[in-house]
Design a protein around this ligand. Sequence first.
Ligand code: PEP
Ligand code: MG
Length: 553
Amino acid sequence: MTSELRGTPAAPGMAVAAPWIYRAAAHAGVESMSLDEASAAAADEIGALGAQLRDAGREEEAEILDAQAMMAVDPELQAAAAELAANGASPAAAIIEAGDAVASQFEATGDEFLAARGADVRDVTARIARIMTGVPAPRLERRSVVVAADLPPSVTVELDRELLVAIALEGGSRTSHAAILSRSLGIPAVVGVSGVCDAAAAVSELGVDGDAGVIHLDPDAETSARLADAAAAAGDRVALDAGFATTTLATADGHRVACAANISEPAEAAAAFSAGADAIGLFRTEFAFAGRATAPDEATQAAAYAAVLRASAGREVIFRLADIGGDKPIAYLPLEPEANPFLGVRAIRLAERHPDLLPTQVRAILRASAEVGQRASIMAPMVADEEDLEFVQRLVADARAVVTDAPAPRVGIMVEIPSAVLLADRLAPHVEFMSIGTNDLTQYLLAADRSNAALAGRQDPLHPAVLRAIRRVVEAAAPSSCEVAVCGEMAGDPVGALVLVGLGVDELSMDPRAFGAVKRAAANRTLDELVVLAMAAQQMSTAAEVRTAVEAS
Ligand code: PEP
Ligand code: MG
C-alpha cells in the first residue's frame, strides 16, 4: 500500500513518472530590458506559441494564448506597472504587482472561470518579468509528472509534450486553463491536491490517476502495474470512442436523441459541427461582455452572433442570454457586492438595474439572424416562474418590433431553479424548448454551492432528487410541443447521458470532446433498458448508488 494524496480529477488517464516541480521564478535579478521591450517580446513569444498550436489544429489552446499575447501589451496593465515603477518598485516587481492586482480582482469574485482568467494574467506578467531579467524558460529533461501550485497555460504548451506525462496541481479547478489544456492534450491531470508540491519534493516517483483524482507517492510495483494496465485500457477506450464521435446519437434499437454542443466562443462553432454536433445547444454568450472596458454595442455583438449562425449552415443555434451578475461580474457594470451571489442579482435579474443590457443583446441576435437569413433560438437563463417568462417574451417582442426583417426566433428557457421544475407544466405550453441546467439545478436542489470545493461530493447530478426533478420536467412538457434538453455537464458524462436518455430527454448538449464516449455508450443499450434503469435510479438513495448501478448494468 503506497501513500496517496487526493484531489479533483481534471483530465482522465493514468501515468507514473518522476516528479518535476515547477515554481514561478522569483525575478529578483537585474533587468536587462525595458518594460516595453520585454512586454513586446513576451507578446511575440506567446503569439508564436499560439500560431504553432493553431497550425497543429489545436484551436482552443491557440485562442487562450492569443488572448494572453494581447494582455502582455495591454495599455492599462502597462500604465499600472509604470506607475508602480515610478514610485520606486523595480520594473520586474512592478509588472508582477500590476498583474497581481488585476488577477486578485478576478479571484475575489469567487467564480472559477474568472479566477482562471486571473491566473492567465499572472502567467503573462511572470513571463514579462522573466524576459526582463534574462531567466531561461523552464525545460523538462526526462519523462515527468509536472507538479505545481498552479501551471500557467503558456508554460504547459512550452513543455516538451513527449516528456510531459501527467499534471498534479495544488490549486486549480476542473475549469482552470491547466485542466482544459490537459484534457485537450490527453494528459492525465489532478488538481486541488493540497500539499502535493512538498510531498513531490520528497519522493522519486508519482503515480497519477486522473480518473479517480489520486496521486500515489512512490507507488509500489503493484500500484504502478495497475496504473499501467488502466492507462492501456483507457487508451483503447479513447480510440473506440473516437470512432463514434460523428455518428448519430441513438440507442441500439434506433431511438434518436439530438446531440448538441456547448460553446463559449464563436470560434468554437465550426469545430463543434465537424466534431459531430447536430446543433449548438448552449452558446454561453458571456464571452461578448467579459474582459472589456465598455459594453459591446449592438453591431459588435451581431457580428459575433452572425459568425456562429454562418458556421451552423442552417442547424439550430441556441443563444443563451448573458448569464452575468452575481458571481460573474463584468468590468464596466457596477454590481453591488452580495453575500450569496448564486442566490443574487444574476442573469435576467440584472435587467432592472441595467435595463439596456438584454434588449441590446436580443436585438443583436435578431440582426444576426436577419443578416444570415437563419432563425435563431433564444434561451433565457435563471427563469424562476411565469412572471420571469413573461418578461423574456416581452423582451423578444420589443426587439422584434425594432428588427422587423428577422425570422421569428424560437424562444426557450433554462430550467435550473427548482421553482421552474415545480412550475414546468405552466411554463412548457408557452415556450418551444426547455433546457435543464443540471449544474445550477443540482446546486440549488441540494443546497450545495457549486464553487465550494468542500461540497464537491454533494454536487452530483446523478442524485435521485435531481433525476426525479428531470423526470418531472419531461412529464410536464409532454402534453405541449415543448422539447426538453439537458445542457449541464451531466449530459457529457456517459453514465449521466444514459440515465437522461432513459428519463426521456430529447437532446443532450455537451462539450464536443464528450461526443464519442456518449454516443458509444448509448449505442450499446436499448431504450427499454435505459427506461428501466432510469426508473430504478429514481428509487435509489445516493448518486454513488446510481453510478454503480448504471456501470454494472
Ligand atoms: C447549468 O447551470 O447547468 C448550465 C448549463 O449553465 P452554467 O453552467 O453556465 O450556469
Ligand atoms: Mg446555469
